[in-house]
Every structure is written in structure tokens, then in C-alpha cells.
Design a protein around this ligand. Structure first.
Ligand code: FES
Ligand code: FES
Length: 191
């Protein structure tokens, strides 16, 4: 004869296991294979359909240069370029980014060792303190300078308005973008 307490434990564990395995099953069933073109290279990953692009970049592709801050589109730390347009990768699903050109901070330097003009200007102008906002700032600056190589201070501030920095007070960041813009124009006239 099964006692009341044995019945209780039986039902308790039965429901715990049932719940656990149904969660696992949902996780497996909702995974899809995505192919992403990041910095010119093709990557494949099996990801949950609800996984954001920044999560896939960092967790599945190990491209951890793109940062995660608010995850609500407010801080700009996760900024990347999607078909040349700056977007918050925390608000973009990985499955949405298929068949598009994704550029992350890892992809803007000419080679693994040489910094991009914008990155160099950030370093030289002291526009980096803790550095957490820097990849997103650089990507927003790149988006601006790709379409406008002679931006005014106001245009720079507007272009970076979606990127928050808690350390620098922004003046050095704006200066860095101005210096980068001068260097880009110099390199064009020298060619
Ligand atoms: S983490 Fe995407 S905007 Fe803050
Ligand atoms: S340098 Fe620290 S948040 Fe910008």
C-alpha cells in the first residue's frame, strides 16, 4: 500500500520532470539554422528563433566586440551596421539579419593589427575611458562618415545621440570624430 506521503512525492517529482522536459523540448523545437554574413565571412548557427543578433554575435560567433547594455534600444552599446545602416543589434532578431551584410567593430579595421582611422582618432584624442560605449560609438561614427565626410559638430552630436557614454562627457568623442573626418578627407586628396 502506498502511503499519502509517497503519493505526494511521486506526483511532485512527476510534475517537476514533466515541466523540465517540456521546456527542453520547446527549446530544441524552436531552434532554427541561421546563416549570417558578418564582416564578409559566412557563419552558420542553430539558434532559438527569439535570439537577438547581439546575443548570437557574442555567444555563438564569439564576436564579443559588440557590447550589451540596456537591451532596450536606449544605450547604443550594441550598435552594428546592417547593410551599411547603424542599428541596435539588441532590437534585431538574428533570423532577420540573414541575407544582409553585417559589419561589427571587428570588421572595420583594415587588418587584424591596423586600426581604422576612427578607432585611431578615439585612442589619440582620449575619447575612451572604460571603453564600454566605444564600439557602438565608433560604429555610429562610421555610419555618419560613410555618408558625410565633412559633418558639422551638430551633425556629429546628432549622429551619436543614440549612444550613451557614462565616462567622457562626450567632448573628446566629438573631437575624435572631427579628427577622423579630417584624416579621411586628407587620405582622399592624397590619392
Ligand atoms: S544594448 Fe542595445 S541599445 Fe542598449
Ligand atoms: S568610455 Fe565609459 S561609457 Fe563611454
Amino acid at each position: 500500500m502506498i502511503s499519502v506521503s509517497e503519493k505526494f512525492y511521486f506526483y511532485y517529482f512527476y510534475h517537476v520532470f514533466k515541466h523540465y522536459f517540456s521546456i527542453q523540448q520547446i527549446g530544441i523545437m524552436s531552434k532554427v539554422k541561421v546563416t549570417l554574413k558578418v564582416n564578409g565571412d559566412l557563419y552558420e548557427a542553430a539558434v532559438n528563433q527569439s535570439k537577438t543578433l547581439v546575443e548570437v554575435l557574442r555567444e555563438d560567433l564569439q564576436l564579443v566586440g559588440t557590447k550589451i547594455g540596456c537591451q532596450t534600444g536606449d544605450c547604443g552599446a550594441c550598435t552594428i551596421l546592417l547593410n551599411g545602416k547603424s542599428v541596435c543589434s539588441c532590437l534585431t532578431l538574428a533570423i532577420e539579419a540573414q541575407n544582409k551584410e553585417i559589419t561589427t567593430i571587428e570588421g572595420i579595421a583594415k587588418s587584424g593589427e591596423e586600426l581604422h582611422i576612427i578607432q585611431e582618432a578615439f585612442v589619440n584624442e582620449g575619447a575612451i575611458q572604460c571603453g564600454y560605449c566605444t564600439p557602438g560609438m565608433v560604429m555610429s561614427a562610421k555610419h555618419l562618415l560613410d555618408k558625410n565626410t565633412t559633418p558639422t559638430e551638430l551633425e556629429i552630436r546628432q549622429a551619436l545621440s543614440g549612444n550613451l557614454c557614462r565616462c567622457t562627457g562626450y567632448a573628446r568623442i566629438v573631437k575624435a570624430v572631427q579628427v577622423a573626418s579630417e584624416k579621411i578627407n586628407q587620405s582622399v586628396t592624397e590619392k
